[in-house]
Design a protein around this ligand. Structure first.
Ligand SMILES: *Cc1c(COP(=O)(O)O)cnc(C)c1O
Length: 470
């Protein structure tokens, strides 16, 4: 066949749309999307023909399958698209706050509240007076009550909170920070860049490992707008290290009214010492007298993605009026989830009602019986397909850029056999998606991050991934 003939033999979009597989595809994907994929596939095929210098007989034969190839290409696009959709995933990685898996799973109470808020809701209306009210007023009240602060603000995430606070409090001025705290939080969020974007001047003091209160005192001048302390959440400094505590910083010699801002990051409001974690407690910073304390909603607070700012009334009032605040405020569903999560902490039901804490506090015996249950479901198909299935001791982590280096004992189901990458891919793309951990030439399904009510779905997914229907 000549090139021209081949080009003329390319099917039209309309012809392709009538093929059974493409008709079926349109029941789950928008027609315009499918048409887009078809156009791209045809155009690629056309370029392919044009690029071939001399068509050999073999290539020419292959062109008879043009239609088939285009359909395959379109179906592959649909698969990729499907894989990108936001859907439920069983987290069997053993990393409890997994950033790629949406960090903290919400408490049931928070999920129920999100559902209610999804329709019309009184987010800015006082039902008792019938008047317009401060947006999400009760959430701010609950957060103040929980942390002991005068007032609170909620923005999109803690990164946004840092921006808002630096800009709103110290625009055009110097902000003093220890060289040991000039961190990158993740996803390229680096404090020196944040300072620049926020329009404040970075005034670094001390050294990477040692900074003293006198270092701060020696640079404070009329140009100073604030002192910032940032918790190094995702790494640990050990050895020859000195860093002033928040109490030390608050006691430093400074002009009256110069604010001390504490970015504590993970938002811990309960005692984790029994697990060997020394995370800064939000309430301690507030009690110490920090002017503003910032933390994430979806790390150790166990709620939705949010940046929470609590602190002294004057500063919060000032930030509330900042135009930037309007740009980074949260939606009604986030407020609803945060309200429910804060209620749980206030009622001291953290350990029983917040999934993160339920997962963290489960006994090894419970985890072992979950793992045994999974293994029992697998032994048949796993063995048939030539896989070895074992229940072994494992180590889980908190993750989410918090509490680095601390491991929590756990139990895992370990699968050994052939084509593990393909098995892991089938686990991710199956009926119920499962994210496992690949390590030491095996697939690890760590039970600490799996909820009790996910065991059956997890087992089914693993059965299907080990013995795929051909
Ligand atoms: C995680 C973290 C942030 C960023 O929080 P996001 O809610 O992820 O934006 C900021 N500061 C500290 C100290 C953190 O640990």
């Amino acid at each position: 066949m000549k090139k021209n003939e081949l080009l003329r033999s390319l099917p039209s979009v309309d012809e392709l749309l009538k093929l059974d597989e493409i008709v079926q595809l349109q029941s789950r994907c928008a027609r315009t999307t499918v048409v887009g994929w078809i156009r791209e596939a045809i155009s690629e095929q056309r370029n392919h023909i044009l690029a071939a210098a001399n068509l050999t007989d073999q290539q020419s034969d292959a062109q008879a399958n043009t239609c088939r190839e285009i359909v395959e290409r379109v179906l592959a696009e649909a698969d990729v698209d499907q894989g990108q959709s936001v859907q439920a995933v069983i987290n069997a990685t053993g990393i409890l706050l997994h950033t790629n898996l949406g960090r903290a799973p919400l408490a049931q109470r928070a999920i129920d509240r999100v559902r209610q808020a999804a329709g019309f809701t009184n987010v800015e209306l006082n039902l008792s007076s019938g008047r317009r009210d401060k947006r999400g007023r009760r959430v701010m009240d609950l957060l103040s009550r929980l942390t002991g602060a005068d007032d609170a603000l909620v923005v999109n995430n803690c990164a946004a909170a840092t921006m808002l606070v630096l800009r709103g409090i110290a625009f055009g001025k110097e902000v003093v920070i220890s060289r040991g705290q000039l961190v990158e939080i993740g996803g390229g969020f680096r404090l020196p860049n944040v300072f620049e974007s926020a329009g404040v001047v970075l005034r670094e003091v001390g050294t990477t490992n040692r900074t003293y209160v006198r270092d701060y005192e020696s640079v404070i001048s009329e140009n100073t707008g604030a002192i910032l302390r940032v918790h190094h959440s995702n790494f640990r400094l050990t050895g020859f290290v000195t860093e002033p505590s928040i109490d030390d910083l608050l006691a430093c010699q400074r002009p009256p009214g110069l604010p001390v801002i504490d970015d504590v990051g993970s938002g811990c409001v309960c005692d984790l010492s029994e697990y060997g974690f020394a995370e800064p407690d939000v309430r301690q910073s507030v009690a110490a007298g920090a002017d503003l304390v910032l933390f994430s909603g979806d790390k150790l607070f166990g709620g939705p993605q949010a940046g929470i700012i609590v602190g002294k009334q004057d500063w919060i009032d000032r930030l509330r009026k900042d135009p930037m605040m309007r740009a980074i405020r949260v939606d009604k569903m986030t407020l609803a989830a945060l309200e429910a999560t804060t209620e749980i902490h206030l009622e001291e039901k953290t350990w029983s009602d917040i999934p993160l804490y339920k997962m963290l506090s489960r006994s090894l015996e419970d985890l072992r019986s979950m793992a045994d249950e999974v293994r029992n479901q697998l032994t048949g198909p796993g063995a048939d397909a030539g896989f070895q299935v074992d229940v072994v001791a494992s180590q889980s982590q908190i993750g989410g850029g918090s509490v680095p280096g601390v491991e929590v004992p756990s139990v895992a189901v370990v699968l050994k056999g052939h084509d593990l990458d393909a098995v892991a891919q089938r686990l991710r793309t199956g009926q119920t998606s499962v994210q496992a951990r690949l390590s030491q030439d095996a697939i690890w399904l760590d039970m600490r991050s799996v909820a009790d009510n996910e065991v059956i779905a997890l087992s089914q997914s693993v059965v299907a991934a080990l013995a795929p229907v051909q």
